[in-house]
Design a protein around this ligand. Structure first.
Ligand SMILES: Cc1cc2nc3c(=O)[nH]c(=O)nc-3n(C[C@H](O)[C@H](O)[C@H](O)COP(=O)(O)OP(=O)(O)OC[C@H]3O[C@@H](n4cnc5c(N)ncnc54)[C@H](O)[C@@H]3O)c2cc1C
Length: 536
Protein backbone atom coordinates (compact mmCIF):
# COMPACT_ATOMS: atom_id res chain seq x y z
CA UNK A 1 0.00 0.00 0.00
CA UNK A 2 1.29 3.44 -0.94
CA UNK A 3 1.85 5.89 1.84
CA UNK A 4 2.44 9.64 1.83
CA UNK A 5 3.16 12.46 4.28
CA UNK A 6 -0.07 14.12 3.16
CA UNK A 7 -3.03 13.52 0.89
CA UNK A 8 -4.84 16.42 -0.75
CA UNK A 9 -8.46 15.57 -1.55
CA UNK A 10 -9.35 17.40 -4.76
CA UNK A 11 -7.29 18.79 -7.60
CA UNK A 12 -8.92 22.20 -7.90
CA UNK A 13 -6.53 25.14 -8.23
CA UNK A 14 -6.32 25.47 -4.44
CA UNK A 15 -5.61 21.77 -3.87
CA UNK A 16 -2.89 21.90 -6.53
CA UNK A 17 -1.43 25.10 -5.06
CA UNK A 18 -1.37 23.59 -1.58
CA UNK A 19 0.24 20.38 -2.86
CA UNK A 20 2.86 22.30 -4.86
CA UNK A 21 4.01 24.32 -1.82
CA UNK A 22 4.06 21.21 0.39
CA UNK A 23 6.04 19.23 -2.17
CA UNK A 24 8.44 22.15 -2.61
CA UNK A 25 9.03 21.95 1.15
CA UNK A 26 10.04 18.31 0.74
CA UNK A 27 6.82 16.61 1.87
CA UNK A 28 5.64 13.49 0.05
CA UNK A 29 2.23 14.58 -1.19
CA UNK A 30 -0.50 12.92 -3.21
CA UNK A 31 -3.42 14.77 -4.82
CA UNK A 32 -6.55 12.69 -5.41
CA UNK A 33 -9.01 14.20 -7.88
CA UNK A 34 -12.36 12.55 -8.52
CA UNK A 35 -12.71 13.73 -12.11
CA UNK A 36 -10.54 12.35 -14.89
CA UNK A 37 -8.70 15.68 -15.10
CA UNK A 38 -7.55 18.27 -12.58
CA UNK A 39 -8.60 21.89 -12.29
CA UNK A 40 -11.93 21.97 -10.48
CA UNK A 41 -13.78 25.03 -11.80
CA UNK A 42 -10.66 26.42 -13.49
CA UNK A 43 -10.49 24.19 -16.57
CA UNK A 44 -10.36 24.33 -20.35
CA UNK A 45 -12.38 21.62 -22.08
CA UNK A 46 -13.34 20.77 -25.64
CA UNK A 47 -17.05 21.35 -25.10
CA UNK A 48 -17.71 21.72 -28.83
CA UNK A 49 -15.48 19.96 -31.40
CA UNK A 50 -12.26 21.94 -31.92
CA UNK A 51 -13.20 24.63 -29.37
CA UNK A 52 -11.35 25.26 -26.10
CA UNK A 53 -13.82 26.51 -23.55
CA UNK A 54 -13.20 27.81 -20.04
CA UNK A 55 -16.20 25.87 -18.84
CA UNK A 56 -16.61 27.65 -15.49
CA UNK A 57 -14.08 30.32 -14.42
CA UNK A 58 -13.21 32.39 -17.50
CA UNK A 59 -11.56 35.63 -16.36
CA UNK A 60 -8.37 35.71 -14.29
CA UNK A 61 -8.82 38.66 -12.00
CA UNK A 62 -7.39 37.48 -8.72
CA UNK A 63 -4.59 34.91 -9.11
CA UNK A 64 -2.04 36.44 -6.79
CA UNK A 65 1.31 37.52 -8.32
CA UNK A 66 3.13 36.12 -5.27
CA UNK A 67 1.82 32.63 -6.01
CA UNK A 68 2.53 32.98 -9.74
CA UNK A 69 6.09 33.94 -8.87
CA UNK A 70 6.68 31.33 -6.11
CA UNK A 71 5.46 28.50 -8.35
CA UNK A 72 6.83 29.94 -11.59
CA UNK A 73 3.47 29.81 -13.29
CA UNK A 74 4.32 32.22 -16.12
CA UNK A 75 7.19 29.96 -17.17
CA UNK A 76 4.84 26.99 -16.96
CA UNK A 77 2.38 28.45 -19.45
CA UNK A 78 0.13 30.98 -17.71
CA UNK A 79 -0.07 33.81 -20.19
CA UNK A 80 -2.53 36.65 -19.63
CA UNK A 81 -3.63 38.08 -22.97
CA UNK A 82 -3.43 41.84 -23.30
CA UNK A 83 -7.16 42.33 -23.51
CA UNK A 84 -8.91 45.48 -24.75
CA UNK A 85 -11.12 47.39 -22.32
CA UNK A 86 -14.51 46.31 -21.06
CA UNK A 87 -17.74 47.71 -22.46
CA UNK A 88 -21.00 48.48 -20.70
CA UNK A 89 -23.64 49.37 -23.32
CA UNK A 90 -27.13 50.74 -22.72
CA UNK A 91 -30.17 50.05 -24.88
CA UNK A 92 -30.42 53.71 -25.99
CA UNK A 93 -27.03 53.41 -27.72
CA UNK A 94 -24.89 55.08 -25.06
CA UNK A 95 -21.99 53.08 -23.63
CA UNK A 96 -19.05 53.26 -21.28
CA UNK A 97 -15.66 51.85 -22.24
CA UNK A 98 -13.29 51.19 -19.35
CA UNK A 99 -9.97 52.38 -20.77
CA UNK A 100 -6.83 51.75 -18.74
CA UNK A 101 -6.41 55.53 -18.64
CA UNK A 102 -8.56 57.01 -15.86
CA UNK A 103 -9.06 60.38 -17.53
CA UNK A 104 -10.59 58.60 -20.53
CA UNK A 105 -12.97 56.70 -18.25
CA UNK A 106 -13.98 60.00 -16.70
CA UNK A 107 -14.74 61.35 -20.17
CA UNK A 108 -16.96 58.32 -20.75
CA UNK A 109 -18.81 58.77 -17.47
CA UNK A 110 -19.36 62.48 -18.10
CA UNK A 111 -22.12 61.68 -20.61
CA UNK A 112 -24.26 60.63 -17.62
CA UNK A 113 -23.08 63.12 -15.02
CA UNK A 114 -20.21 65.58 -14.99
CA UNK A 115 -20.24 65.49 -11.19
CA UNK A 116 -19.95 61.66 -11.17
CA UNK A 117 -17.16 61.78 -13.73
CA UNK A 118 -15.16 63.97 -11.37
CA UNK A 119 -16.10 61.81 -8.37
CA UNK A 120 -14.78 58.72 -10.17
CA UNK A 121 -11.20 59.78 -9.46
CA UNK A 122 -11.97 60.00 -5.73
CA UNK A 123 -13.77 56.63 -5.83
CA UNK A 124 -10.93 54.93 -7.70
CA UNK A 125 -8.34 56.37 -5.32
CA UNK A 126 -10.40 55.35 -2.31
CA UNK A 127 -10.82 51.74 -3.48
CA UNK A 128 -7.17 51.48 -4.51
CA UNK A 129 -6.05 52.77 -1.12
CA UNK A 130 -8.22 50.64 1.12
CA UNK A 131 -7.73 47.47 -0.89
CA UNK A 132 -3.93 47.96 -0.90
CA UNK A 133 -4.11 48.17 2.90
CA UNK A 134 -6.31 45.08 2.95
CA UNK A 135 -4.28 42.93 0.55
CA UNK A 136 -1.80 41.58 3.14
CA UNK A 137 -4.81 40.29 5.12
CA UNK A 138 -5.47 37.83 2.32
CA UNK A 139 -2.31 36.02 3.28
CA UNK A 140 -3.06 35.93 7.02
CA UNK A 141 -4.28 32.86 8.83
CA UNK A 142 -7.45 33.99 10.60
CA UNK A 143 -7.18 34.16 14.38
CA UNK A 144 -9.91 33.18 16.81
CA UNK A 145 -10.84 36.36 18.72
CA UNK A 146 -12.56 34.26 21.41
CA UNK A 147 -9.31 32.42 22.20
CA UNK A 148 -8.21 34.16 25.39
CA UNK A 149 -5.21 31.91 26.03
CA UNK A 150 -1.86 33.68 26.13
CA UNK A 151 -1.01 32.12 22.74
CA UNK A 152 -4.33 33.17 21.26
CA UNK A 153 -4.07 36.73 22.51
CA UNK A 154 -0.50 36.99 21.28
CA UNK A 155 -1.56 35.81 17.81
CA UNK A 156 -4.42 38.29 17.65
CA UNK A 157 -2.21 41.19 18.74
CA UNK A 158 0.54 40.21 16.30
CA UNK A 159 -1.97 40.07 13.45
CA UNK A 160 -3.34 43.49 14.38
CA UNK A 161 0.20 44.91 14.56
CA UNK A 162 1.27 43.39 11.24
CA UNK A 163 -1.82 44.88 9.60
CA UNK A 164 -1.71 48.26 11.34
CA UNK A 165 -1.68 49.96 7.92
CA UNK A 166 -5.27 48.80 7.51
CA UNK A 167 -6.38 50.23 10.85
CA UNK A 168 -6.94 53.82 9.68
CA UNK A 169 -9.37 52.33 7.14
CA UNK A 170 -11.28 50.33 9.75
CA UNK A 171 -14.55 52.24 9.45
CA UNK A 172 -14.40 52.25 5.66
CA UNK A 173 -13.83 48.53 5.68
CA UNK A 174 -16.71 48.12 8.06
CA UNK A 175 -18.94 49.98 5.62
CA UNK A 176 -17.66 47.91 2.73
CA UNK A 177 -18.63 44.74 4.56
CA UNK A 178 -21.99 45.89 5.87
CA UNK A 179 -23.52 48.30 3.34
CA UNK A 180 -25.16 47.41 0.06
CA UNK A 181 -23.13 48.14 -3.07
CA UNK A 182 -25.87 50.58 -4.04
CA UNK A 183 -25.64 52.60 -0.82
CA UNK A 184 -21.86 52.52 -0.78
CA UNK A 185 -21.69 53.91 -4.32
CA UNK A 186 -24.14 56.63 -3.35
CA UNK A 187 -21.29 58.39 -1.55
CA UNK A 188 -19.73 59.25 -4.90
CA UNK A 189 -22.29 58.81 -7.64
CA UNK A 190 -25.74 60.24 -8.33
CA UNK A 191 -26.45 58.73 -11.74
CA UNK A 192 -28.47 55.51 -11.86
CA UNK A 193 -26.52 54.40 -14.95
CA UNK A 194 -23.15 54.81 -13.28
CA UNK A 195 -24.22 53.11 -10.08
CA UNK A 196 -25.76 50.32 -12.17
CA UNK A 197 -22.48 49.78 -14.04
CA UNK A 198 -20.44 49.39 -10.85
CA UNK A 199 -23.03 47.69 -8.64
CA UNK A 200 -24.24 45.19 -11.22
CA UNK A 201 -21.27 42.92 -10.56
CA UNK A 202 -22.92 42.07 -7.24
CA UNK A 203 -25.72 40.47 -9.26
CA UNK A 204 -23.77 37.79 -10.98
CA UNK A 205 -20.62 37.38 -8.99
CA UNK A 206 -21.95 34.51 -6.90
CA UNK A 207 -24.37 33.62 -4.19
CA UNK A 208 -27.73 35.13 -3.49
CA UNK A 209 -27.04 38.80 -3.70
CA UNK A 210 -28.50 41.91 -5.24
CA UNK A 211 -26.70 45.27 -5.45
CA UNK A 212 -29.18 46.44 -2.82
CA UNK A 213 -28.54 43.55 -0.39
CA UNK A 214 -26.80 44.71 2.80
CA UNK A 215 -23.21 43.44 2.71
CA UNK A 216 -22.92 43.40 -1.08
CA UNK A 217 -20.55 46.41 -1.15
CA UNK A 218 -17.54 44.14 -0.62
CA UNK A 219 -17.96 42.98 -4.24
CA UNK A 220 -16.80 46.45 -5.33
CA UNK A 221 -13.37 45.66 -3.87
CA UNK A 222 -12.85 42.47 -5.87
CA UNK A 223 -11.59 44.11 -9.09
CA UNK A 224 -8.93 45.86 -7.00
CA UNK A 225 -7.71 42.81 -5.05
CA UNK A 226 -5.01 41.78 -7.49
CA UNK A 227 -2.07 44.11 -7.99
CA UNK A 228 -1.90 44.19 -11.79
CA UNK A 229 1.24 46.33 -11.87
CA UNK A 230 3.78 43.61 -10.92
CA UNK A 231 6.20 41.65 -13.12
CA UNK A 232 3.55 38.91 -13.31
CA UNK A 233 1.40 41.03 -15.60
CA UNK A 234 -2.23 42.04 -15.48
CA UNK A 235 -5.33 39.88 -15.10
CA UNK A 236 -7.78 39.17 -17.91
CA UNK A 237 -8.24 36.35 -20.37
CA UNK A 238 -5.66 33.56 -20.23
CA UNK A 239 -4.25 32.17 -23.46
CA UNK A 240 -5.73 28.71 -24.03
CA UNK A 241 -8.31 29.25 -21.30
CA UNK A 242 -8.31 28.99 -17.51
CA UNK A 243 -7.13 25.38 -17.66
CA UNK A 244 -3.67 26.76 -18.40
CA UNK A 245 -3.51 27.88 -14.76
CA UNK A 246 -4.34 24.50 -13.29
CA UNK A 247 -2.12 22.65 -15.77
CA UNK A 248 0.76 24.91 -14.71
CA UNK A 249 -0.02 24.27 -11.03
CA UNK A 250 -0.06 20.53 -11.64
CA UNK A 251 3.25 20.78 -13.50
CA UNK A 252 4.75 22.77 -10.61
CA UNK A 253 3.58 20.23 -8.03
CA UNK A 254 4.89 17.29 -10.05
CA UNK A 255 8.21 19.05 -10.66
CA UNK A 256 8.63 19.37 -6.89
CA UNK A 257 7.77 15.68 -6.44
CA UNK A 258 4.01 15.60 -5.80
CA UNK A 259 1.92 12.71 -7.17
CA UNK A 260 -1.33 13.68 -8.87
CA UNK A 261 -3.90 10.94 -9.45
CA UNK A 262 -7.18 11.55 -11.29
CA UNK A 263 -10.35 9.47 -11.37
CA UNK A 264 -10.01 8.88 -7.59
CA UNK A 265 -13.05 9.82 -5.51
CA UNK A 266 -12.34 9.98 -1.81
CA UNK A 267 -15.23 8.55 0.19
CA UNK A 268 -13.97 9.26 3.72
CA UNK A 269 -11.02 10.04 5.89
CA UNK A 270 -9.95 6.98 7.87
CA UNK A 271 -9.60 7.87 11.54
CA UNK A 272 -8.70 5.18 14.04
CA UNK A 273 -8.51 5.90 17.76
CA UNK A 274 -8.58 9.60 17.01
CA UNK A 275 -5.62 9.41 14.62
CA UNK A 276 -5.77 10.01 10.89
CA UNK A 277 -4.65 6.95 8.91
CA UNK A 278 -5.39 8.10 5.36
CA UNK A 279 -8.38 7.97 3.05
CA UNK A 280 -10.77 5.40 1.66
CA UNK A 281 -11.67 5.72 -2.00
CA UNK A 282 -15.04 5.10 -3.62
CA UNK A 283 -13.79 1.70 -4.91
CA UNK A 284 -12.98 0.60 -1.35
CA UNK A 285 -9.19 0.91 -1.65
CA UNK A 286 -7.20 3.02 0.79
CA UNK A 287 -4.20 5.30 0.67
CA UNK A 288 -2.28 6.00 3.86
CA UNK A 289 -1.09 9.33 5.21
CA UNK A 290 -1.11 10.95 8.66
CA UNK A 291 -2.37 14.22 7.17
CA UNK A 292 -5.37 14.88 4.91
CA UNK A 293 -6.07 18.29 3.36
CA UNK A 294 -9.48 18.79 1.80
CA UNK A 295 -10.06 20.98 -1.26
CA UNK A 296 -13.77 20.07 -1.13
CA UNK A 297 -16.38 22.48 0.29
CA UNK A 298 -17.07 22.73 4.00
CA UNK A 299 -20.28 20.70 3.96
CA UNK A 300 -18.66 17.89 1.98
CA UNK A 301 -15.56 17.91 4.18
CA UNK A 302 -17.33 17.90 7.54
CA UNK A 303 -20.42 15.84 6.63
CA UNK A 304 -19.03 13.31 4.14
CA UNK A 305 -15.26 13.03 4.57
CA UNK A 306 -15.31 13.28 8.40
CA UNK A 307 -18.89 12.54 9.41
CA UNK A 308 -20.81 12.52 12.64
CA UNK A 309 -18.59 9.92 14.30
CA UNK A 310 -15.75 12.43 14.34
CA UNK A 311 -17.39 15.85 14.50
CA UNK A 312 -19.54 17.07 17.38
CA UNK A 313 -23.24 17.72 16.58
CA UNK A 314 -22.99 21.45 17.41
CA UNK A 315 -20.15 21.84 14.91
CA UNK A 316 -22.07 19.95 12.24
CA UNK A 317 -25.04 22.23 12.97
CA UNK A 318 -22.79 25.24 12.29
CA UNK A 319 -21.67 23.64 9.04
CA UNK A 320 -25.28 23.04 8.02
CA UNK A 321 -26.01 26.74 8.58
CA UNK A 322 -23.15 27.71 6.23
CA UNK A 323 -24.95 29.60 3.43
CA UNK A 324 -24.23 28.10 0.01
CA UNK A 325 -27.27 29.14 -2.06
CA UNK A 326 -26.65 30.63 -5.51
CA UNK A 327 -28.52 32.22 -8.41
CA UNK A 328 -25.55 32.37 -10.82
CA UNK A 329 -25.38 30.48 -14.11
CA UNK A 330 -22.97 30.07 -17.02
CA UNK A 331 -23.64 29.59 -20.72
CA UNK A 332 -20.89 28.77 -23.22
CA UNK A 333 -21.57 29.18 -26.91
CA UNK A 334 -20.04 28.16 -30.19
CA UNK A 335 -20.93 30.82 -32.76
CA UNK A 336 -20.10 31.67 -36.36
CA UNK A 337 -19.58 35.37 -35.55
CA UNK A 338 -18.90 37.66 -32.63
CA UNK A 339 -21.71 39.80 -31.25
CA UNK A 340 -21.80 43.16 -33.02
CA UNK A 341 -22.35 45.61 -30.19
CA UNK A 342 -24.16 48.57 -31.73
CA UNK A 343 -22.94 51.01 -29.09
CA UNK A 344 -19.35 49.88 -29.65
CA UNK A 345 -19.24 49.57 -33.42
CA UNK A 346 -20.80 52.97 -33.99
CA UNK A 347 -18.03 54.64 -32.06
CA UNK A 348 -15.32 53.17 -34.34
CA UNK A 349 -12.82 52.97 -31.50
CA UNK A 350 -9.99 51.26 -33.32
CA UNK A 351 -9.62 48.36 -30.87
CA UNK A 352 -10.09 44.66 -31.64
CA UNK A 353 -13.42 44.56 -29.79
CA UNK A 354 -14.40 44.85 -26.17
CA UNK A 355 -12.42 42.54 -23.89
CA UNK A 356 -15.47 41.95 -21.73
CA UNK A 357 -19.05 43.15 -21.86
CA UNK A 358 -21.37 43.71 -18.90
CA UNK A 359 -25.11 44.01 -19.45
CA UNK A 360 -27.39 45.63 -16.87
CA UNK A 361 -29.79 48.34 -17.97
CA UNK A 362 -30.82 49.97 -14.70
CA UNK A 363 -31.35 49.35 -11.00
CA UNK A 364 -35.06 48.50 -11.37
CA UNK A 365 -34.32 45.75 -13.90
CA UNK A 366 -31.63 44.32 -11.62
CA UNK A 367 -33.98 44.29 -8.64
CA UNK A 368 -36.80 42.71 -10.68
CA UNK A 369 -34.35 40.08 -11.91
CA UNK A 370 -33.27 39.33 -8.35
CA UNK A 371 -36.90 38.99 -7.23
CA UNK A 372 -37.66 36.63 -10.14
CA UNK A 373 -34.88 34.30 -9.04
CA UNK A 374 -36.06 34.54 -5.42
CA UNK A 375 -39.52 33.51 -6.61
CA UNK A 376 -38.18 30.43 -8.39
CA UNK A 377 -38.38 31.94 -11.88
CA UNK A 378 -35.81 32.71 -14.56
CA UNK A 379 -35.39 36.48 -14.76
CA UNK A 380 -36.47 37.80 -18.18
CA UNK A 381 -33.67 40.42 -18.08
CA UNK A 382 -30.75 38.83 -16.19
CA UNK A 383 -27.40 40.48 -15.49
CA UNK A 384 -24.75 39.15 -17.91
CA UNK A 385 -20.97 39.33 -18.07
CA UNK A 386 -19.68 38.18 -21.44
CA UNK A 387 -16.23 37.36 -22.80
CA UNK A 388 -15.27 36.46 -26.36
CA UNK A 389 -11.83 34.81 -26.01
CA UNK A 390 -11.62 33.73 -29.67
CA UNK A 391 -11.46 37.41 -30.66
CA UNK A 392 -8.02 37.65 -28.99
CA UNK A 393 -6.74 34.06 -28.94
CA UNK A 394 -6.85 32.07 -32.16
CA UNK A 395 -6.03 28.84 -30.32
CA UNK A 396 -9.50 28.46 -28.79
CA UNK A 397 -11.79 28.10 -31.81
CA UNK A 398 -11.51 26.60 -35.30
CA UNK A 399 -11.39 28.89 -38.33
CA UNK A 400 -14.74 30.65 -38.79
CA UNK A 401 -15.96 29.84 -35.28
CA UNK A 402 -16.02 31.74 -32.00
CA UNK A 403 -16.29 30.97 -28.30
CA UNK A 404 -18.63 33.24 -26.34
CA UNK A 405 -18.72 32.72 -22.57
CA UNK A 406 -21.50 34.21 -20.47
CA UNK A 407 -21.81 34.36 -16.71
CA UNK A 408 -25.21 35.44 -15.52
CA UNK A 409 -27.17 36.17 -12.42
CA UNK A 410 -30.78 35.55 -11.64
CA UNK A 411 -31.88 31.97 -12.09
CA UNK A 412 -33.02 29.78 -9.20
CA UNK A 413 -31.42 26.51 -8.16
CA UNK A 414 -34.90 24.95 -8.23
CA UNK A 415 -37.52 26.24 -10.65
CA UNK A 416 -41.02 26.86 -9.40
CA UNK A 417 -43.04 23.74 -10.30
CA UNK A 418 -40.69 22.77 -13.14
CA UNK A 419 -37.46 20.83 -13.53
CA UNK A 420 -34.25 21.98 -15.14
CA UNK A 421 -34.54 19.87 -18.31
CA UNK A 422 -33.82 20.30 -22.02
CA UNK A 423 -36.84 22.61 -22.45
CA UNK A 424 -36.14 24.88 -19.48
CA UNK A 425 -32.43 25.03 -20.34
CA UNK A 426 -33.37 26.10 -23.88
CA UNK A 427 -35.71 28.70 -22.37
CA UNK A 428 -32.73 30.11 -20.45
CA UNK A 429 -30.62 30.22 -23.64
CA UNK A 430 -33.45 32.09 -25.40
CA UNK A 431 -33.69 34.60 -22.53
CA UNK A 432 -29.95 35.22 -22.59
CA UNK A 433 -29.86 35.62 -26.37
CA UNK A 434 -32.78 38.03 -26.28
CA UNK A 435 -30.97 40.04 -23.58
CA UNK A 436 -27.81 40.15 -25.74
CA UNK A 437 -29.78 41.05 -28.87
CA UNK A 438 -31.01 44.25 -27.20
CA UNK A 439 -27.41 45.45 -27.54
CA UNK A 440 -26.12 43.28 -30.41
CA UNK A 441 -29.06 42.71 -32.79
CA UNK A 442 -29.04 39.51 -34.82
CA UNK A 443 -26.52 37.71 -32.61
CA UNK A 444 -28.98 34.85 -31.96
CA UNK A 445 -28.77 33.87 -35.65
CA UNK A 446 -25.04 33.20 -35.31
CA UNK A 447 -25.30 30.75 -32.41
CA UNK A 448 -24.47 27.16 -33.36
CA UNK A 449 -24.34 25.31 -30.05
CA UNK A 450 -24.75 26.01 -26.33
CA UNK A 451 -23.63 24.51 -23.04
CA UNK A 452 -25.87 25.53 -20.13
CA UNK A 453 -24.83 25.37 -16.49
CA UNK A 454 -27.64 26.19 -14.07
CA UNK A 455 -26.79 26.36 -10.35
CA UNK A 456 -27.86 22.70 -10.18
CA UNK A 457 -25.47 21.79 -13.02
CA UNK A 458 -22.64 23.70 -11.33
CA UNK A 459 -23.29 21.63 -8.23
CA UNK A 460 -23.29 18.30 -10.04
CA UNK A 461 -20.41 19.08 -12.41
CA UNK A 462 -18.02 20.65 -9.88
CA UNK A 463 -19.32 19.28 -6.55
CA UNK A 464 -19.98 22.87 -5.51
CA UNK A 465 -22.81 22.50 -3.02
CA UNK A 466 -25.98 24.34 -4.12
CA UNK A 467 -23.97 25.66 -7.09
CA UNK A 468 -22.14 28.29 -5.07
CA UNK A 469 -19.11 29.21 -7.18
CA UNK A 470 -17.12 30.32 -4.13
CA UNK A 471 -17.97 27.29 -1.93
CA UNK A 472 -20.22 29.52 0.21
CA UNK A 473 -21.46 33.11 0.52
CA UNK A 474 -18.77 35.71 1.12
CA UNK A 475 -20.57 37.83 3.67
CA UNK A 476 -19.60 39.31 7.03
CA UNK A 477 -20.93 36.21 8.81
CA UNK A 478 -18.82 33.92 6.60
CA UNK A 479 -15.48 35.63 6.09
CA UNK A 480 -12.12 35.70 7.84
CA UNK A 481 -12.44 34.15 11.32
CA UNK A 482 -15.83 32.74 10.38
CA UNK A 483 -14.80 31.03 7.14
CA UNK A 484 -15.94 28.33 6.98
CA UNK A 485 -17.04 28.40 10.65
CA UNK A 486 -16.09 30.04 13.92
CA UNK A 487 -13.14 28.48 15.79
CA UNK A 488 -12.01 26.50 12.73
CA UNK A 489 -10.94 29.20 10.30
CA UNK A 490 -7.21 28.53 10.57
CA UNK A 491 -7.37 25.79 7.89
CA UNK A 492 -7.57 23.18 10.68
CA UNK A 493 -10.66 21.12 11.51
CA UNK A 494 -11.78 19.57 14.81
CA UNK A 495 -9.90 16.41 13.77
CA UNK A 496 -6.16 16.70 14.32
CA UNK A 497 -4.37 15.99 11.04
CA UNK A 498 -7.31 17.04 8.84
CA UNK A 499 -7.14 20.45 7.16
CA UNK A 500 -9.04 22.44 4.55
CA UNK A 501 -7.46 24.34 1.66
CA UNK A 502 -10.27 25.39 -0.72
CA UNK A 503 -12.45 28.39 -1.40
CA UNK A 504 -14.54 27.60 1.70
CA UNK A 505 -11.57 28.96 3.70
CA UNK A 506 -10.19 32.49 4.03
CA UNK A 507 -9.96 34.50 1.81
CA UNK A 508 -12.59 32.65 -0.19
CA UNK A 509 -13.43 31.99 -3.80
CA UNK A 510 -12.21 33.10 -7.16
CA UNK A 511 -9.14 31.67 -8.83
CA UNK A 512 -6.71 33.35 -6.44
CA UNK A 513 -4.74 30.42 -4.96
CA UNK A 514 -4.53 31.99 -1.52
CA UNK A 515 -6.47 29.38 0.52
CA UNK A 516 -4.13 26.74 -0.92
CA UNK A 517 -1.05 28.84 -0.16
CA UNK A 518 -2.10 29.62 3.42
CA UNK A 519 -3.24 26.08 4.17
CA UNK A 520 0.13 24.69 3.02
CA UNK A 521 1.86 27.11 5.40
CA UNK A 522 -0.22 25.86 8.36
CA UNK A 523 0.15 22.17 7.50
CA UNK A 524 3.90 22.53 7.06
CA UNK A 525 4.18 24.40 10.38
CA UNK A 526 2.41 21.52 12.13
CA UNK A 527 4.74 19.07 10.36
CA UNK A 528 7.73 21.07 11.58
CA UNK A 529 8.74 21.94 8.03
CA UNK A 530 9.74 25.33 6.70
CA UNK A 531 7.38 27.07 4.28
CA UNK A 532 9.30 27.16 0.97
CA UNK A 533 8.65 30.83 0.11
CA UNK A 534 8.91 34.31 1.55
CA UNK A 535 5.93 35.63 3.50
CA UNK A 536 3.70 38.11 1.61
C1 LIG B 1 -19.49 29.00 -13.51
C2 LIG B 1 -18.33 29.58 -12.72
C3 LIG B 1 -17.70 30.73 -13.17
C4 LIG B 1 -16.65 31.29 -12.44
N1 LIG B 1 -15.98 32.38 -12.94
C5 LIG B 1 -14.85 32.79 -12.33
C6 LIG B 1 -14.00 33.73 -12.96
O1 LIG B 1 -14.23 34.16 -14.09
N2 LIG B 1 -12.89 34.13 -12.28
C7 LIG B 1 -12.56 33.64 -11.05
O2 LIG B 1 -11.55 34.03 -10.48
N3 LIG B 1 -13.36 32.70 -10.44
C8 LIG B 1 -14.46 32.26 -11.05
N4 LIG B 1 -15.22 31.28 -10.49
C9 LIG B 1 -14.92 30.84 -9.13
C10 LIG B 1 -13.74 29.91 -9.05
O3 LIG B 1 -13.73 29.05 -10.14
C11 LIG B 1 -13.81 29.10 -7.75
O4 LIG B 1 -13.94 29.97 -6.65
C12 LIG B 1 -12.54 28.26 -7.62
O5 LIG B 1 -12.48 27.33 -8.67
C13 LIG B 1 -12.48 27.51 -6.31
O6 LIG B 1 -11.29 26.77 -6.34
P1 LIG B 1 -11.02 25.54 -5.40
O7 LIG B 1 -9.74 24.93 -5.82
O8 LIG B 1 -11.11 25.99 -3.98
O9 LIG B 1 -12.23 24.54 -5.61
P2 LIG B 1 -12.80 23.78 -6.95
O10 LIG B 1 -12.37 24.53 -8.14
O11 LIG B 1 -14.22 23.61 -6.66
O12 LIG B 1 -12.03 22.41 -6.89
C14 LIG B 1 -12.34 21.42 -5.93
C15 LIG B 1 -11.91 20.08 -6.50
O13 LIG B 1 -12.11 19.06 -5.52
C16 LIG B 1 -12.59 17.90 -6.18
N5 LIG B 1 -13.26 17.06 -5.19
C17 LIG B 1 -14.30 17.41 -4.38
N6 LIG B 1 -14.65 16.37 -3.59
C18 LIG B 1 -13.80 15.36 -3.89
C19 LIG B 1 -13.66 14.03 -3.39
N7 LIG B 1 -14.46 13.54 -2.45
N8 LIG B 1 -12.67 13.25 -3.93
C20 LIG B 1 -11.84 13.73 -4.88
N9 LIG B 1 -11.96 14.99 -5.39
C21 LIG B 1 -12.90 15.79 -4.90
C22 LIG B 1 -13.52 18.48 -7.24
O14 LIG B 1 -13.77 17.56 -8.27
C23 LIG B 1 -12.71 19.68 -7.71
O15 LIG B 1 -11.83 19.33 -8.75
C24 LIG B 1 -16.24 30.67 -11.23
C25 LIG B 1 -16.84 29.49 -10.81
C26 LIG B 1 -17.87 28.94 -11.56
C27 LIG B 1 -18.49 27.64 -11.11
Amino acid sequence: MRSYDAIVVGGGHNGLTCAAYMAKAGAKVCVLEQRTFVGGASVTREVFPGHKVSVAAYWMSMLQPKIMRDLELRRRGVEPIPTPPTLHPFADGRSVVFWPDRARVQDELAQFSQKDAEAYAAYDDHMTRIVAALRPMLFETPVDPTDLSLRGLRRTLKLAWRNRRALPHFYDLWDLLTLSAWDYLHRWFESDEIRTIFASYASGSAGILSPKSPGSAYVLARPYLRDNSTDQGPGGLIRGGMGAITQALREAGEAYGATVLTGRTVRRVIIEKGTVQGVELEDGSRIDAPVVVSNAGAKATYRDLLGKDHVAPEILAQIDRHRTGSIAFKINLSTRALPRWTAFDERQLNVAGPGGITLAENSDELEDAFQSAMNGEMAPRPYLWITTPSAFDDSVAPEGRHVVQIMGGHVPYALNGREWDADTRQELVDIVLSQICRYAPGFDEDVLDAQVLTPKDIESMFSMIDGHVHHGEMSLDQIFFRRPIAHYADYRTPVKGVYMCGAACHPGGGVNGVPGHNAAREVLADMGRKFPAQPY
